[in-house]
Design a protein around this ligand. Structure first.
Ligand code: ATP
Length: 557
């Protein structure tokens, strides 16, 4: 076994980005995975992470503790160039990766500490920055970076920086990686896909595929490891959806937060749809669920809503509960919660692959309902009695809920997929969840704040974000100030009034119409965009996509 050099991985990154063909990218990755299997099989998990531009596993809560400013300081220390001059370059070029490459290339100083970098060394230094806190933390982090940049070639420096800024820019999406893993280990793509869906961990899938096909097949849902939630497409209308799906479970759509509740080893854990562990913030939900279900290993899914006098209240209240770290008992009194369960993915054994109608039956058998835990209100409908769905819709809205869902009775649970088996129907025009990638400082009284944000959608083919619109309306003074404070930490580059941000914060945007536009990378823009709120409850991989935009354009016709 060799200790794979970082240079080797960088060569692969460069090869991948030099082609725009998805198939070629897939070939390059597959060849590389085969090479790793032969030479350094222990690092397949980490290599799969790094190919996704990540350094921590998907189920980990950890985040790298390095800002762009810290990279600039480290490079400035190393090269003797002022931080101001590096910042100016960044404002011009926009990509800190390219700047790191240039700076290291032009470095005239001779260093005596150069040692060839290995994949292990780069990962280990970057990972170590996560746990550093306290007074000298900045210096310690800079030292870890310096150790890497001192020994890095210009190209290595480019990718170290891009890994830190979480913008690898090699144009590889999850789909390409799944195909490449299938190709490298000569296993059917469907088998790889299924294992990925159920484990949500491409590294685990690749490591097992390297072992054997049986090992991949045995990968399944496990209580304790959250999986990506199945998502819904838009329904074009009640009658149309039922005609197309034939027989559906029609359910109330609740407006709260989605929770995946895992019970194993006599412990209960609650995860959000971003797979964050929020167990501590919702102690009564743990109690309610432990009372409502037998003490077996299980995973159930539902919506937790905030209530007043047993009636649903705005979604914003439940967000306050989920984010809360202190005084949870007080909050528990102030904002009471109620759980509506609608799915079961594991009960003693995996159940996610059973049709929803059977999962629903199982749920009814195992849950003892109470005033705190109910099952979603539902009706089974087909073409003959589709008016029952209309009645449920009116009833749901009257009760203060958000709309209804349609679920094809035959459908299994498809983690992370936004397929045709689950549809949502709401009375309001659909909003778009866009990620903030840029911003402009305001004028006059608002000059200290970002008065307008440049918003982008996910291009799911390349994994990159494409600009869509500038939005300024809808922010009250509190949001204006708090968002500015948050966004200032995410600045990648600045030029005069305009800045670019690391994509992190997601806004929900209402609008009147989607229009064509040459001004934005998506090719479209929104008329009268209004900021409805911050979507801290969803993750970057759930930013709305270009294909959703196209679907909405079709619906608008
Ligand atoms: N009975 C139900 N069955 C499934 N999902 C439900 C139900 N009631 C409420 N939901 C919520 O609806 C969401 C499904 O819609 P979607 O996948 O489009 O999520 P979204 O992007 O948050 O959309 P929206 O903003 O419309 O909630 C789920 O994530 C869940 O939180």
């Amino acid at each position: 076994m060799t200790n794979t050099s970082y240079e080797k991985l960088v060569e692969v990154y460069e090869k991948i980005s030099s082609t725009s063909s998805r198939l070629e990218k897939q070939d390059i990755i597959a060849d590389f995975l085969m090479y790793i299997k032969e030479t350094d099989a222990d690092i397949t998990y980490d290599i799969t992470l790094l190919l996704q531009g990540k350094i921590f596993p998907p189920w980990s809560d950890k985040e790298m503790g390095i800002s762009t400013q810290l990279i600039i300081k480290a490079l400035s220390n190393l090269l003797g160039e002022s931080t101001k001059s590096i910042e100016n370059k960044l404002a011009e070029v926009g990509d800190m990766g390219e700047i790191s490459e240039e700076l290291i290339k032009n470095n005239k100083q001779v260093t005596f500490f150069k040692v060839p970098l290995t994949v292990k060394k780069v990962l280990s230094n970057l990972r170590k920055t996560e746990s550093i806190t306290g007074s000298k933390s900045q210096n310690k982090k800079i030292n870890y970076l310096l150790e890497l940049y001192t020994s890095a070639s210009p190209l290595e420096a480019k990718y170290i920086t891009r890994t830190i800024t979480e913008r690898l820019r090699i144009g590889v999406g999850e789909g390409t990686l799944v195909e490449a893993i299938a190709q490298a280990y000569n296993i059917d793509k469907e088998i790889i896909d299924r294992a990925y869906m159920l484990s949500n961990d491409l590294g685990e899938v690749a490591s097992r595929a390297q072992e054997s096909i049986e090992s991949v097949k045995s990968l399944t849902i496990t209580p304790g490891k959250p999986i990506k939630p199945m998502l819904a497409q838009l329904s074009p209308g009640i009658k149309e959806s039922i005609t197309e799906m034939k027989k559906v479970i029609c359910e109330t759509k609740y407006d709260g937060i989605r929770v995946q509740i895992h019970h194993y080893n006599n412990k209960t854990k609650i995860f959000t749809r971003r797979l964050e562990n929020v167990t501590n913030a919702l102690p009564e939900v743990v109690e309610y669920i432990e009372e409502a279900l037998p003490s077996k290993d299980f995973i159930v899914e539902g919506e937790v809503i905030a209530t007043k006098d047993n009636k649903p209240i705005s979604f914003q209240y439940i967000l306050q509960r989920v984010k809360r770290k202190y005084d949870i008992d007080k909050m528990r009194e102030k904002i009471p919660l109620k759980v509506f369960l609608f799915d079961v993915l594991y009960y003693d054994k995996p159940t996610a692959e059973l049709p929803i109608i059977q999962r629903r039956q199982l749920l009814e058998e195992i849950v003892t309902t109470s005033k705190n835990v109910e099952l979603s209100t539902m009706k089974i409908v087909s073409q003959e009695n589709y008016t029952e769905a209309e009645k449920l819709f009116t009833w749901s809205i009257d009760e203060g809920h958000e709309g209804i869902m349609f679920k094809d009775v035959t459908s299994p649970y498809s983690p992370g997929k936004r397929g045709k088996n689950m549809l949502k129907y709401k009375p309001l025009r659909e909003t778009l969840d866009c990620v903030i990638t840029g911003g402009t400082y305001g004028k006059g009284k608002r000059a200290k704040f970002f008065g307008s944000y440049l918003l982008s959608l996910l291009d799911e083919k390349t994994g990159e974000y494409k600009t869509l619109v500038h939005a300024a309306t809808g922010m009250d003074d509190d949001l204006l100030a708090s968002l500015t404070k948050r966004m200032e930490k995410l600045i990648i580059s600045k030029s005069e009034q305009n800045v670019l941000f690391k994509p992190k914060v997601i806004l929900e945007i209402a609008y009147s119409e989607i229009v064509e536009s040459n001004e934005y990378e998506s090719g479209y823009s929104l008329r009268f965009p209004a900021i409805k709120g911050v979507r801290d409850d969803i993750g970057l991989d759930e930013v709305d996509t270009l294909s959703k935009l196209h679907q909405m354009i079709d619906l608008q016709k």
